[in-house]
Each structure stands twice: as structure tokens, then as C-alpha cells.
Design a protein around this ligand. Structure first.
Ligand SMILES: Nc1ncnc2c1ncn2[C@@H]1O[C@H](COP(=O)(O)OP(=O)(O)OP(=O)(O)O)[C@@H](O)[C@H]1O
Ligand SMILES: [Mg+2]
Length: 245
């Protein structure tokens, strides 16, 4: 078994063609080892979301390859890719993307229903407990706080026991205290359960919860920091961002 949960080899993603084309990712090679927590940082437009989408099989590279475990994603057709995403990858976004008409437990069970599987009540309970929301199972999103909604989204991403959990600014819409609770959950998933987490963030404090921070600059890999405190991460980010005046 491959030690990397995900590996990108020389991944380029170009949008459009000719004079107006944009190179969102430019020959990026990165690996995310199993059981680790990686933060992805970089200025706005540097390709972070594109990197995550390519790594999760939500988008296809223009060239290069992406492997999830031992599966080469670039060789899969649309149906195979959809099935792989449902079964093996979890994704949470800044906007929680919960269905407003469904209760927390129905939202959590949705990925299994979409996969044509009958969700077991005990399993739904288990993941809601994991995110500390067992007592909110029957609530709808509008009856939950932002932090609680994001925890429902996390439970929904975890129900299929994905090999990798991707988060695109999962704490971006939360106040710092609520954001910290979500970060503690992510950290615990890695430490206790050996899960693999890859998270885009703009926040150096959030990034300092990760084992490693990888930087993107203009679509290219821009180095990394391992086990760095928030101050060091902030200093590196300041160096990457253009001065505002
Ligand atoms: N569908 C698209 N069509 C054209 N250009 C795109 C598309 N998606 C992304 N881009 C461009 O690719 C580049 C990288 O975008 P991406 O969303 O990955 O950046 P990001 O680092 O996530 O930025 P942010 O921090 O603002 O979320 C940007 O220049 C963006 O305009
Ligand atoms: Mg983005």
C-alpha cells in the first residue's frame, strides 16, 4: 500500500485558451502522506481551490497526474470519478452547503442515499456524536449556529469513511472561537483516527494546527513549513503577498 493518501505529479490546470487563458496551477508536484494534516496557503488567486479540486477529483488537470492511494484519477471516466468521489473523498467548503429542508441527520445521511445505500441509524448517530452534535440530529440548518452547521457538514463528509478529508477554508465563515472548535475536531481526526486532512486557509493560526503548511504562489509550489508556529507562518505569508500601498 502506497504511503501517500494523495499525490500530484506535475499538475497543470489551465482555464480557457489562447490569449485569455489562465494557468491556475503550473506543474505542481506534492504528496499528502496518510495520517497527516496539511494546510495549503497562498495569496488570493494562487490556485489553492484549484489544487484541492484537482486532488479531490472535482476537477481534471490539463496535464500531469493525480493518484488517490493507488488509483490514478486521470485515467478514470466521469462515472468512475463520481463513484470514487462519493466513496473515497470527503469535502467541506466555506459555505456549508447543507440542504435547508433536511434535518442534520438527513443531511449527514445524504451521501449514502446518493450512493444507493441505506444509511444505518447507528452510523449517522456515530458521526454526529464524533462532531459533538448528537443532540441536534433533528434540527434543520436554520436552527443551528454557523459552527454547528459546519460540524454537520463535517459529519456528512465523514459518513462514508473517506480516505482523505479536504476543506476549502472550512473555518473561513466562522468566528475565531467557533473556528477553533472545528480545527480541534480536524486535528483530533488525524491524531486519534489516523485520518488524512488537507485544508486551505488564509488564517496563520488555523494553519498552525496542521503538521505542515505548503505555499502556492502564482500557481506554483512555493515551499513549505513543518510544525511552524502561527507567527512564522504569518511572516512567510506577508512575504508572499504584494504590499497594499
Ligand atoms: N473556471 C475558471 N475559469 C477561468 N479562470 C479560473 C476558473 N477557476 C479559477 N480560475 C482562475 O485560476 C486562478 C486560481 O484560482 P483559485 O480559485 O484556485 O485561487 P485561490 O488560491 O483559491 O484564491 P482565493 O484565495 O481567492 O480563494 C485565478 O486566477 C482564477 O481567476
Ligand atoms: Mg479559493
Amino acid at each position: 500500500m502506497n504511503n501517500d493518501a494523495v499525490r500530484l505529479r506535475s499538475v497543470t490546470r489551465r482555464h480557457g485558451s489562447g490569449g485569455t487563458s489562465v494557468t491556475a496551477l503550473d506543474q505542481v508536484s506534492l504528496a499528502f502522506p496518510r495520517g497527516t494534516f496539511t494546510a495549503v496557503m497562498g495569496p488570493s488567486g494562487s490556485g489553492k481551490s484549484t489544487l484541492l479540486r484537482c486532488a479531490a477529483g472535482l476537477d481534471r488537470p490539463t496535464s500531469g497526474s493525480v493518484t488517490l492511494g493507488d488509483t490514478e484519477l486521470t485515467g478514470l471516466n466521469e462515472t468512475e470519478l463520481t463513484l470514487l468521489r462519493r466513496a473515497r473523498v470527503g469535502f467541506v467548503f466555506q459555505a456549508f452547503n447543507l440542504l435547508p429542508a433536511l434535518t442534520a441527520e438527513q443531511n449527514v445521511a445524504l451521501p449514502l442515499r446518493l450512493a444507493g445505500r441505506r444509511p444505518k441509524k447507528a452510523r449517522v448517530r456515530e458521526v454526529l456524536e464524533e462532531v459533538g452534535l448528537a443532540d441536534r440530529a433533528r434540527h434543520r440548518p436554520t436552527e443551528l449556529s454557523g459552527g454547528q452547521q459546519q460540524r454537520v457538514a463535517l459529519a456528512r463528509a465523514l459518513i462514508t469513511r473517506p480516505e482523505v478529508l479536504f476543506g476549502d477554508e472550512p473555518t473561513g465563515a466562522l468566528d475565531s472561537r467557533t473556528g477553533r472548535a472545528v480545527l480541534a475536531l480536524l486535528r483530533g481526526m488525524v491524531d486519534r483516527d489516523g485520518r488524512t486532512v488537507v485544508m486551505v486557509t488564509h488564517d496563520p493560526v488555523a494553519a498552525s494546527c496542521a503538521d505542515r503548511v505548503v505555499f502556492l504562489v502564482d500557481g506554483r509550489a512555493g515551499g513549505e513549513l513543518i510544525g511552524a508556529p502561527a507567527g512564522d507562518i504569518a511572516a512567510r505569508m506577508t512575504g508572499l503577498e504584494a504590499a497594499p500601498c
